[in-house]
Design a protein around this ligand. Structure first.
Ligand SMILES: Nc1nc2c(c(=O)[nH]1)N[C@H]1C(S)=C(S)[C@@H](COP(=O)(O)O)O[C@H]1N2
Ligand SMILES: [Mo]
Length: 252
């Protein structure tokens, strides 16, 4: 994958691109870092870091850094009757499917997922629309679900199918196996020590901390292991990738 200034700005639109760059400036408060990142050399460096250091951990913060309110963005409540029924029932009958190129297809209840080992992390969420928030997420490491399902050797990507439509189209996202098995990649069921609110993706949402906000699929109901992204929806691996040409790998 190539990351160029044209790619960044062109994919998001000039106005939002400006916001993205200002977001980067905030992220790198050190003026020296800011200067380098603003240059062509800096873009090369950023690309280099993404390519060579995919297993690095995203920064984690302390309780004092947490945003007073973690705002919601995109879908705040899926509109289907099916989702409404699950919400009414406290998601007691919600199932998370893990299937596709796996040896043992799984269908997890929320109770099963909450009983599995959990990871809690305080991280910063960066949205391309120019806002960030620091929140405390608790959930099951995705690796544990993948291990139970047993990925086939042909699996290359994981597609997250969501329960909502956005702009009339199904929201979905995808990641590769490096992010899939990254220790900070979790399916979160709690935010800030409370059960995950509907606005933030109840009952389960992806946290993939090395990438931008739109990759963090909310309302996840099915994880599908695939060899190629070409066969799903528009074929570019996500709602925003298909509809607005956003980068598939949105590393930060
Ligand atoms: N299913 C679904 N997931 C989604 C979205 C959405 O609209 N639907 N919006 C994305 C975007 S752009 C962002 S910034 C985050 C927002 O997460 P939040 O609502 O918890 O702030 O969710 C991402 N995941
Ligand atoms: Mo976003």
């Amino acid at each position: 994958m190539m990351i160029t200034r044209r790619g960044l700005v062109g994919s998001i639109g000039a106005a939002a691109g400006g916001l993205l760059l200002s977001g980067c400036n905030r992220i790198n408060a050190n003026p020296a870092v800011r200067g380098v990142l603003g240059s062509a050399e800096g873009l090369t460096m950023r690309a280099q870091r993404i390519i060579s250091d995919r297993s690095a951990m995203a920064p984690e913060y302390g309780a004092a850094d947490m945003s007073p309110i973690f705002r919601a963005n995109g879908t705040r409540q899926p509109t289907s009757a099916d989702y409404a029924a699950h919400m009414q029932a406290g998601f007691a009958a919600w199932r998370l499917g893990v299937d596709g190129l796996v040896a043992r297809p799984q269908s997890f209840t929320l109770a099963q997922i909450r009983a599995m080992p959990r990871r809690t992390q305080i991280t910063r969420h960066d949205c391309v629309e120019g806002w960030s928030a620091i929140g405390k997420w608790t959930g099951v490491p995705l690796k544990l679900l993948l291990d139970q399902a047993g990925l086939r050797t042909s699996a290359r990507y994981l597609i997250f199918h969501c329960a909502d439509l956005y702009g009339g189209a199904p929201y979905y996202e995808s990641i590769d196996l490096i992010d899939g098995f990254h220790p900070q990649t979790i399916l979160a069921w709690a935010l800030n020590d409370a059960i995950l609110p509907v606005a933030n993706g109840a009952p389960l949402r992806l946290r993939v901390e090395r990438q931008l906000g739109y990759k963090h699929a909310k309302y996840v109901q099915r994880i599908e292991a695939v060899a190629s992204l070409a066969g799903t929806h528009g074929g570019k691996g996500g709602y925003w990738e298909d509809s607005h040409d956003y980068e598939w790998y949105a590393g930060i």
